[in-house]
Design a protein around this ligand. Sequence first.
Ligand SMILES: Nc1ncnc2c1ncn2[C@@H]1O[C@H](COP(=O)(O)OP(=O)(O)OP(=O)(O)O)[C@@H](O)[C@H]1O
Length: 250
Amino acid sequence: MDPVLSVKQLSGGYSRQRPILHDVSFEMKAGELVGLVGLNGAGKSTTIKHILGLLDPFSGEIRINGRTLREDKTAFRKSMAYVPELPELYEQMTLEEHLQLTAMAYHLQQDEYAQRSSALLKLFHMEKKKHWFPIHFSKGMRQKVMIMCAFLVRPDLYIVDEPFVGLDPLGIQSLLDLMTDMKKSGAAILMSTHILTTAEQYCDRFIILHDGRIAVQGTLDQIRRQFGDVNANLHEIYLAVARGETQWMQ
Ligand SMILES: Nc1ncnc2c1ncn2[C@@H]1O[C@H](COP(=O)(O)OP(=O)(O)OP(=O)(O)O)[C@@H](O)[C@H]1O
């Protein structure tokens, strides 16, 4: 089976004079939740921007369901949904209108829209707020709108950038439950986060970025074995990478 996402030897960034990412390669299969972790400035958001097609690779390529953005822009974009770290909402549109606009952009059937949107509004306790404008939303509520819009679409690939910071514990649990459900129904989810205990609990695999390169990737067990301590947790391994203690990496 083709991977949902394939990132091959990606080098990139904001200017060719100063590449940020160097030879980044990884794949994601259907039904996988992969944690993208690394220090501030490691290159997580830059990797995400390349996957979204907001930045062009300097070399290497990115394929979603076997296609590059150039080969089929519409199919590439429709195969994924993105939850940004900082919510971007239309101030003149209500919550419900945000959901409707997303449904239109992704050509959802009316009955799919009705069923999914009411389930999402219920899950995130936002049913009573569907006619509200963003100005009345807290930071976490704004984030929930972005999450609901992404999960309304049910794409093959979700890109979720640092989702836990602004959400309350109930919101975090709703998001984790939702990601678990989508994964079970075959979606691939790439999630960048600094919350390692949650990542450790929920992610199937990890990619640890350091200075724009993949320091190590694999399941926690694979990474532990490589690290040489089968009892190490993600936090300890991550700290070793961050401190440049890299003699255990090949
Ligand atoms: N718009 C930009 N223009 C130029 N350089 C940028 C831009 N955004 C980020 N960078 C640089 O790219 C590098 C990687 O940043 P990036 O935002 O990808 O890190 P990150 O891993 O997402 O960090 P964080 O955990 O802080 O979100 C940093 O050196 C940063 O200075």
